[in-house]
Design a protein around this ligand. Structure first.
Ligand SMILES: C[S@@+](CC[C@H](N)C(=O)[O-])C[C@H]1O[C@@H](n2cnc3c(N)ncnc32)[C@H](O)[C@@H]1O
Length: 274
């Protein structure tokens, strides 16, 4: 799948452009309840799955910092890194504004520089953006190295079998287009996404996207490309096993007590290093 170095660079360049232009607006459309729910889940995972108290947390693709910020406000010592410098800057600005102290770095989640340093590592909403299998394995291996023994990683993937519509569901990919409109105070965010290319053997889609942002100072239009890789539950489980993780648990949609047959949009994995 996209094996060459050129293809890898194309993926990273597209992702960086997307998050440089749209990270700020996407963050503004996200509800505070969504992040709170995820933070509550993370604390549940720390308490339930780590063998010792979680204090030091690393987020390998922290974006504009919502998880590291929230955890720092709840008393954890946090480090966040992200590939897109503009996202790191946003996280720094938010941390300063909210008066919390977080270490923030620019970096690639497939090239981590830490070793046995963290009680928990987060890889949230990132694995499906990594260029290829080598990238996913490199990221997971390095997260494993970065964790202290008994520490946990929390990561998530989009569920390709989710039967609703969103930009990462197989249903939307097969239909070939996806439209979304979000209205929040002082902003209407419309995205019109068209599948530019889909590789049904490897489950990789390129979306061609038009984002229209209407705010009081005018209308901003961005044309971006985004690449998405679909994973199944079993594939993810296998990756986690071969990269050395033990006690791997999967929770649908951040649900601590899932119903018997949950319909999951997101599969959240909690995995421990022995
Ligand atoms: C969907 S956002 C998720 C951000 C954050 N985890 C959250 O949940 O809000 C994906 C983030 O991954 C970053 N990213 C993409 N490729 C990356 C890579 N190879 N290494 C580190 N960060 C990367 C993007 O810049 C973007 O901020």
């Amino acid at each position: 799948m996209d094996p060459s170095e050129d293809a890898r660079k194309t993926v990273l360049k597209a992702s960086r452009s997307y998050y440089t232009h749209l990270g700020y607006y996407e963050e503004r459309t996200r509800s505070a309840e969504t992040t709170k729910r995820e933070l509550d889940f993370l604390e549940f995972a720390f308490r339930t799955h780590a063998t010792h108290e979680v204090r030091d947390v690393l987020d390998v693709a922290c974006g504009s910092g919502r998880h590291v910020l929230g955890l720092a406000q709840r008393g954890y010592k946090c480090t966040g890194q992200d590939y897109t410098p503009e996202q790191v800057q946003m996280a720094k600005t938010r941390a300063k504004h909210e008066g919390v102290s977080i270490r923030l770095l620019q970096g690639d989640s497939t090239k981590l520089k830490f070793e046995n340093e963290f009680d928990s590592v987060l890889a949230l909403y990132i694995l499906f953006l990594l260029p290829d299998d080598d990238g996913v394995l490199a990221c997971l291996r390095q997260v494993h190295r970065t964790l202290k023994s008994g520490g946990i990683m929390v990561c998530n993937i989009a569920n390709p079998f989710y039967d609703g519509e969103n930009w990462f569901s197989l249903k939307s990919i097969q239909r070939g287009h996806y439209f979304n409109e979000t209205i929040v105070p002082d902003m209407r965010y419309t995205s019109i996404d068209r599948v530019q290319d889909f590789d049904p053997l490897h489950g990789v889609a390129w979306w061609q996207e038009k984002h229209v942002i209407e705010i009081p100072d005018g209308v901003h239009v961005f044309h971006e490309q985004e690449r998405l890789r679909l994973f199944t539950y079993w594939e993810m489980l296998h990756y986690l096993q071969v990269t050395g993780f033990k006690e791997i648990k999967c929770y649908p949609d951040w649900m601590i007590k899932p119903p018997k047959k949950p319909k999951a949009e997101w599969l959240v994995f909690v995995s421990r290093k022995d």
